[in-house]
Design a protein around this ligand. Sequence first.
Ligand SMILES: Nc1ncnc2c1ncn2[C@@H]1O[C@H](COP(=O)(O)OP(=O)(O)OP(=O)(O)O)[C@@H](O)[C@H]1O
Ligand SMILES: [Mg+2]
Length: 239
Amino acid sequence: MAKITKEKFKTYKGVFDEFTLRNLFKLSTQGYFDDTETLSPVFIGKESNVFSAKRGKDKVIVKIYRLENCDFNRMFDYIRYDPRYIGLQRQRRKVIFSWVQREYRNLLKAREAEVKVPTPYAFLNNVLVEEFIGKKEPAPKLKDKIPKNMKKFFDNTVAQLKKLYKANLIHADLSHFNILNFQEKPVIIDLSTCTTLDSPRAEEYMERDIRNLCAFFARYGLKEDKEKTIKKITSHQKV
Ligand SMILES: Nc1ncnc2c1ncn2[C@@H]1O[C@H](COP(=O)(O)OP(=O)(O)OP(=O)(O)O)[C@@H](O)[C@H]1O
Ligand SMILES: [Mg+2]
């Protein structure tokens, strides 16, 4: 193990710090993915680097939050309003690790409520492992693959948000960047900002999420009313 680790350290030197590497090795040793060598980059986000990795014949997503070069103050400004994280201190590592844990918890809760989100498999400090959405390639973002039937896709997205709301959650960063179009069906991703309904910001987040959603579909000629959509999500009526 020590020898392999050393070689891998060379391979990944400069890409990951040693702490992150150790987390990756641990997760792969525990069987969440085959080998750190199978990591292949998918996307570089504001706060994280997203990779795919092999697990047998399957693939998983490994989302690695950067310990440096990440705006943990922005993260803190979100998570501090989440009642589940009251008392969290504004300290880089504490904020990042809580952020990852929260994303895992949100995904799990959403999954239990049958919202179409990637199934979370594991998290360790700054690393999250979750279901790979896609066939060979990762599914495209909604912004890059316009649905054939906009109305159907919109209604399906609203149905997912309603289930999320019933599970006591609000996405808080919803847009055409955080919805994948997988075989003409929405999969909601990036639940790191997702907070519980008792957050003092819940209403503001909901307004913003649905405003973004309606504005995107309006560009393609689908006129949906923001207020009515919010009502649909928050009321008991079926969509
Ligand atoms: N489970 C998944 N399956 C397939 N692709 C994924 C998955 N998770 C993330 N991706 C891809 O990686 C990109 C970034 O993921 P995500 O939005 O979770 O990260 P982020 O760091 O929050 O990015 P951003 O800076 O855009 O907010 C997504 O837009 C998507 O293209
Ligand atoms: Mg994102």
